[in-house]
Design a protein around this ligand. Structure first.
Ligand code: 6PG
Length: 239
């Protein structure tokens, strides 16, 4: 695990954008395509802006395939839709070809949409190892990541499914989420956290005992990849 701590949110976004582009360039020297799982939440917006404004011509974006870690069960035009946010801040400005963009569907029942996304991923990785190059993750103040919330049944599930539907009690809304079974196969998992509201939980996640039922973020432990934490000083204050 490696920690990267920046003075403030702007420097954090700049620092992670630079790291991501470096990782893309290195990876694309050895293979043809780069798979990038985007996260929702509000923190990555600034990162997406930096990537699209500063690095538009630094990478051959046509070689990057985009996926999502989780999605609210709302249509694409709903402002709570994670894919919608990424389209407006990152994918549209970079003119990413539609065939590179793989949003989580919300056009059937939540369970069916989870199954459809699982099929899409199986298809994408057919004939090769199912390893995303980069999974970008956030952490809620309560210790959730993806749509894995404290106390959720999904935390102890032992089946091997990569994508599941989940009901978020707080929002009273179904969600569709990647599971640790696929995320932990990635080459790199990167958490992006900003702000003092995350500091206490982050301390428990990193320094406390392993209690994934309380802190689902602890489920993210890449098997054969690397785990990075990109933090601002406020989020890292208790470490
Ligand atoms: C989502 C993700 C969630 C998110 C965290 C952090 O909301 O799409 O499920 O895991 O990354 O809640 O969100 P903030 O960046 O808004 O703090």
């Amino acid at each position: 695990m490696s920690l990267h701590i920046f003075a403030d949110g702007d420097r954090l976004s700049e620092g992670l954008a630079e790291w991501i582009v470096g990782n893309m360039l290195l990876t694309l020297q050895a293979k043809e395509r780069y798979s990038f799982v985007l996260s929702g939440g509000s923190t990555p917006k600034a990162l997406y802006h930096v990537l699209s404004e500063k690095y538009a011509s630094a990478v051959d974006w046509n070689k990057v395939d985009f996926f999502w870690g989780d999605e609210r069960y709302v249509p694409f035009d709903d402002e709570r839709n994670n894919a919608r946010m990424a389209y407006s801040c990152l994918l549209a400005p970079l003119k990413i070809p539609e065939q590179n963009i793989h949003p989580i569907p919300t056009n059937r029942g939540p369970r069916e949409c989870a199954d459809d996304y699982e099929k899409l991923l199986k298809n994408y990785f057919e004939g090769e190892e199912a390893r995303f190059d980069l999974v970008l993750l956030g952490m809620g103040d309560d210790g959730h990541t993806l749509s894995l919330f404290p106390g959720s049944d999904l935390i102890s599930t032992r089946d091997a499914q990569w994508v599941k539907d989940a009901f978020n009690v707080k929002e009273q809304l179904p969600r569709i989420t990647l599971m640790p079974s696929i995320v932990n196969l990635a080459h790199s998992c990167v958490f992006l956290l900003q702000g003092a509201a995350k500091a206490e939980t982050l301390y428990s996640v990193l320094k406390g005992s392993y209690q994934p039922d309380v802190y689902p973020t602890q489920l993210i432990r890449p098997q054969d990849g690397r785990l990075y934490w990109f933090l601002d000083e406020a989020a890292a204050a208790n470490l």
